[in-house]
Each structure stands twice: as C-alpha cells, then as structure tokens.
Design a protein around this ligand. Sequence first.
Ligand SMILES: [Zn+2]
Length: 458
Amino acid sequence: MSLRALAAVLAGRLAGWISRVSGRGGSSLPGLVARWIDPRILMRMAARLSWGAVLLTGTNGKTTTASMVRRMVEAQGTTLLSNRAGANLILGLTAAFVQAERWRIWPRTAMALLETDEATMPRACREIQPRVVAVTNFFRDQLDRYGELSTTVKFVRDGIAALGEQAVLVLNADDPQVAGLAGAGFKIFFYGLEGEAGEAGGEDAVDARFCPGCGSALHYQRRYYAHLGHYRCPGCGWQRPRPYIAVLRWSRAEKTALVRIGETECVLAWRSPGLYNLYNQAAAIATAAALNVPIDVIKRSLEEFRPAFGRMESVTAGNTQLWLALVKNPVGFNQVLAAVHEDPEPSYTVMILINDRYADGQDVSWLWDVDFEYWISRLRAGHWFVGGVRGRDMAVRLKYAGVARDAVTVGDGMEELLDQAVKAADGGTLYILPTYTAMLEVRRLLSDRGLVRHFREG
Ligand SMILES: [Zn+2]
C-alpha cells in the first residue's frame, strides 16, 4: 500500500468526522480530501474488491432499485458497500469507499453497489471498472440540470464504452434509449413488462419515442407510460428486445406479480404501488440475476422488502394510513398520481409539498409539465392540501387543472398543514407528495411524533 493512499483514506475519514461533528454532514468532503491527496484513490480501492462493483444509473428509480438489490445480495451472504442516497457524483462514490470501514484501511466487503449520476458515468466507469452496469430509464429531469436528453444518454454510452469485455449490462428493454445502449461484446440482461397496459396516463411528457439507430418515430404496440412499452422501428426494423426478466401480470389487490426469470415463472411479492415501482423491482431482479443470486433468495428478499425512504412508503397514524412518495420531475409525478389512482377506495386526501431549494431543483416550472389535467378528473381526492416554499405555485397549478377553489387548502406552516391534512383524512388515507427537501421536513415532523424511525440517509 502506498503511503499516499493511506494518507488519502485517513485524511478523507478525518474530514468526514469533522464535518459530522460540526453538524454540516457533507457527504462529498471526504471524497474531495481523499482525491486531493491521491487522485487515484477510487481506482485503487475499487480494484481491491474481490467481487467487483455494480453501477446503477438512469433518471428515476435508482434508490429503490439499489435498496432492493442490496437486500438480495446480502441475503445470499455477500457483503457490500454502497453510497448514501443522493451522493452519486464522483466525490460521493469516492467517499463511500473511503468511509466504508472504521478501523481498517481497505474495505473488507466483496462488492460495491453504487448509485451513479448519469453525467458521472464516464469517469466512474473508467476509475471503478464495474462488473455490472444497470440502467433504469432516461427521462428529462429537472430542466435546469443537464439540458438535452441525448446528452444524458451519451454520458452513459461513453461510460459503457470504457468497460472491459467481461462486463455485464442490465438494461430496461421497454425504454428504447436504454435498450439502444446494447452493444456487441457484452452479456446483457434485459428486463421489461409484458402484462396489460391499462391507462397509459394521457399524453405524458414524451421524451424519447424515436429510434436511437435511424431516428424514425417508433411504433408502439403497447405503452405503459411515457415512452416505456413495446415498440418497433418502421425505418430499420429494430425492435424491443425480448427480456430475460419479464413481469407478466400484477395485482395491486393481492400485492403480487407474476415474473418470468429466464424460463422459470414465479409469483413474487409486490408491495410498492405504481407501475414505476414494478419497473424498479424488475430492474432489481435483473441485476440480482446478473449477480447470480438464486431465485429463491430473490423471492424471499422481496417478501421482506420495505420501500426506501419516501418511495411510496406507508406509515400508520392512529387509524389513518399515510403514504409518502417523493416527486421530483414530471414523469415521476405522473407515475405517483397513477399509483394514487390505483387506490380502490372511494375517497382519499392528497397533500402536495413543493420546495425550490437546490436539492429540489430551483425552477418549479416543471409542475406545468405534470399531467394534472388528465389525472384531476380521474382521482377521487376528497380534498387537496398544498404547502412548501412554492405551495402557492402548486395551488395555481391545481386551479388551472380544474380543481375547485374550495377543494384546496394552502398552508404556510408545514406542521399546521400536516395536522389539518391528517385530521381531514381521519380514518382513511392521506397521500403526501413532497419534493426532496419538503420530504425531509415532513419526515422530521413524523419522526418527532414517533411515526417513523429517525431518518438516516443511506
Ligand atoms: Zn430505426
């Protein structure tokens, strides 16, 4: 071990300790310090993993998919290190390695499972040389981030181009931009849905309905939401690849999904409502299959699975059921509304909390790209509560979508608004849909009341 690497790890850990005790809790500082001392530290540490690393990327679903994969891998007895939710840039990835151990220098874990931002993929792939790269989907994220979707796809493509030939790809067959990443020479595990499509959700923001090969508009035989579905290119004949992992049927009432894994069909638990969660689950199963996790271990892990922080997480407050679902971009928001719509109850209460701090995306104009017009007439919301820093913008958005003025309560204080909403939902269901920092606030309020365990990221 070089003295420089040793110094990098120790200094990185010290920086992490200082930022924790000083209450700043910065997750990238240890990575910054370690890389400043030894720019090759991530490369060195990743190379020592006996099994290797898995990088998970894509616009939506990384955190949920990662937590499911983690459970499946640990259930078969493999140890792994992972990064904290949101710390998915190169400094966050470096920090995950540097801080993996307390009393030892090098991580003892066999594997690393890392959520990776799309723009970080080229660098992360070069330095980490992962054995598996899993891609969930590509959607236009908050408008102020990277601009064009094609740029985002190119980042991931460049990352894959830096992989060795033994690398395995896990790709969403139903997203043409993701399926289009399949290149010669790699072993690929495709996953997708094959059940009835149901209501696809209006003319959802459509990001990528064009053939990645020749640019022709794709024909869809079936569409689950946005551009996810079964497609074929009339120009060059390219079509959705047949997935190795296919979800054949699902039932919200029974909380199960029938899944084909290779040639085996099995009924698995499906606890998180929403088709987007079904995709996350399929992504996790495909990643686990790529890691040779046996089917019975996958099955058992899903039965024990609890959704990750704020990803359609359910909490009971007295006799009222609370569901928390993070909203962060138009497609994600549409999918959360679709999941609410699947609720068979005749009425429920909905609370939307919109902040515009950095972690939320500072431009709230994306709310106008959410298909409220489509969903408002279909949802059976008895009353709407809106709040957060930009609660008033949200109220305006609902008004334009046709919600009656007296069906909406706008509040400034989050605690007071939460109390009102819980009271209004009395005995029924309250859906709480916050942006990221609003989620932290509401989660803190619930934790103060002992309703949720105190939130720790990661
Ligand atoms: Zn084509």
